[in-house]
Design a protein around this ligand. Structure first.
Ligand code: HEC
Ligand code: HEC
Length: 151
């Protein structure tokens, strides 16, 4: 009975994927160091969830991590990133934007993002930023304004 066998294999494969997924979510938090400077995001975020949020910032704004974060100082090369530092004004601005974006979802769309941001928001950074920096004066901007062509 080839069909039955296929179903069985499919069931087994699907079953093991689901199981892996469950194991993955139930696994204890593998966080190396606790977050020390979160003012908006939950300290309960796992490393994977934090990674998702931060990579989303990168792609929604068209930047890399170092647009908002600096490296540690007075340590030997290669200096590790100092993600907790608020040295860059872009990070401060992003934090305000994060608060605004959460507020917009809550006030106008009645979406209360849970403390792990697992609920899909209606509005996120991409809604306005479209993968590029809005402030065209910024030197990190990967998309300079097009040249003006005179008629
Ligand atoms: C557009 C700005 C922006 C970009 C780009 C960005 N981050 Fe962040 N990041 C923030 C802000 C803002 C916070 C603080 C959030 C808060 O206060 O709740 C933060 C916090 C963090 C933290 C927690 C630090 C702590 O201990 O408090 C980590 C880790 C982190 N970011 C990693 C990354 C990584 C890795 C990347 C690149 C993949 C990245 N970030 C890209 C803005 C940014
Ligand atoms: C409702 C639209 C909107 C949303 C949503 C939004 N932004 Fe913005 N953002 C703006 C505008 C408009 C500016 C320019 C503000 C200015 O020029 O003073 C800006 C500026 C910024 C800047 C400064 C850029 C620069 O060139 O100096 C950062 C960083 C930023 N946003 C990050 C974020 C992040 C991270 C999110 C998602 C959590 C987000 N924004 C969501 C509209 C938005």
């Amino acid at each position: 009975m080839p069909l039955g066998k296929k179903k069985l294999i499919a069931g087994f494969v699907f079953g093991s994927i689901t199981w892996t997924a469950i194991l993955a979510t139930k696994a204890p938090d593998q966080k190396e160091e606790p977050y020390t400077n979160l003012k908006i995001l939950s300290k309960k975020l796992t490393d994977d969830q934090m990674d998702d949020i931060m990579h989303r910032f990168n792609s929604d704004l068209g930047v890399t991590c170092s647009y908002c974060h600096v490296r540690k100082k007075n340590v030997p090369y290669p200096e590790p990133m100092d993600f907790a530092s608020d040295e860059r004004p872009e990070k401060i601005q992003a934090r305000k934007m994060l608060a605004m974006t959460i507020q917009l979802n809550k006030k106008y769309f009645h979406i209360r993002l849970d403390d792990k941001l697992e609920i899909r928001p209606k509005i996120w950074c991409f809604t306005c930023h479209h993968g590029v920096l809005i402030d065209l004066k910024n030197p990190y901007n990967p998309h300079p304004p097009p040249p003006v062509i005179s008629p």
